[in-house]
Design a protein around this ligand. Structure first.
Ligand SMILES: Cc1cc2nc3c(=O)[nH]c(=O)nc-3n(C[C@H](O)[C@H](O)[C@H](O)COP(=O)(O)O)c2cc1C
Length: 197
């Protein structure tokens, strides 16, 4: 059986989605995947980032992580995307990267790849589900096979129970959240194995 290739993509201003991505990498590798960890390119002006200590510190934390490229999308058999909610949809940095993928879409290079997502918000009802739906809508255009956690493991009855993907408010996820992210990444790898044969 071929080894699945998974690109874990994330965008993070304050560190939450960075931590989720690291947990996803750990679990995907443990499940037998070859993994690329990639941060999505920052688009905010540097002077805005420099004006917020927490944002600047997080930028330094991620300095060594390569930026996501089109090659990372073409290379992978599946994608794990972790990104924050912004005004009810995914952060614009993620949309900006997505909007560079016209050539991949046009040449059918995203078809039949698997995709799953996680998100974070400030408040519980601040738009987690709408963020998932906006990302999964794009995945439908690409021809990706969306792999949600659903309620396919008992952890989903302990982690807040979002069947679209792991989500959290105020960066609070703890051990239960870590288990949930690990389950979601493992499930992505297992389904991807079935697809690539
Ligand atoms: C411009 C902006 C818009 C945001 N919009 C929302 C929102 O619609 N709903 C919400 O609950 N939180 C919102 N937040 C809070 C972010 O979701 C939160 O900072 C993020 O999940 C933290 O993830 P990170 O640590 O990976 O950056 C917003 C934050 C910013 C900076």
């Amino acid at each position: 059986m071929a080894q699945p290739k998974i690109t874990v993509l994330f965008y993070s201003t304050y560190g939450t989605n960075h931590k989720v991505a690291l947990k996803a990498v750990e679990a995907a590798e443990a499940a037998g995947a070859e993994v690329r960890l990639r941060k999505i390119r920052e688009t905010a002006p540097q002077e805005v980032i420099d004006g917020q200590d927490a944002w600047k510190a997080q930028q330094e934390q991620m300095a060594d992580i390569p930026e996501a490229s089109l090659d990372d999308m073409e290379w992978a058999d599946g994608f794990f995307i972790s990104a924050p909610t912004r005004f009810g949809v995914v952060a614009s940095q993620v949309r900006s990267f997505i909007d560079t993928m016209g050539s991949l879409w046009q040449s059918g290079k995203l078809v039949n790849k698997t995709l799953t997502a996680t998100t974070s918000t400030q408040t519980q009802h601040g738009g987690q589900e709408t963020t998932f739906l906006s990302l999964y809508l794009t995945a439908m255009h690409w021809g990706c096979l969306i792999v949600t956690p659903a309620y396919a493991d008992s952890i989903k009855f302990e982690d807040g129970g979002n069947p679209y993907g792991f989500s959290m408010a105020m960066g609070e996820w703890g051990e239960t959240g870590e288990k949930s992210v690990a389950f979601q990444a493992t499930r992505l790898v297992e389904v991807t194995k079935k697809i690539i044969g």
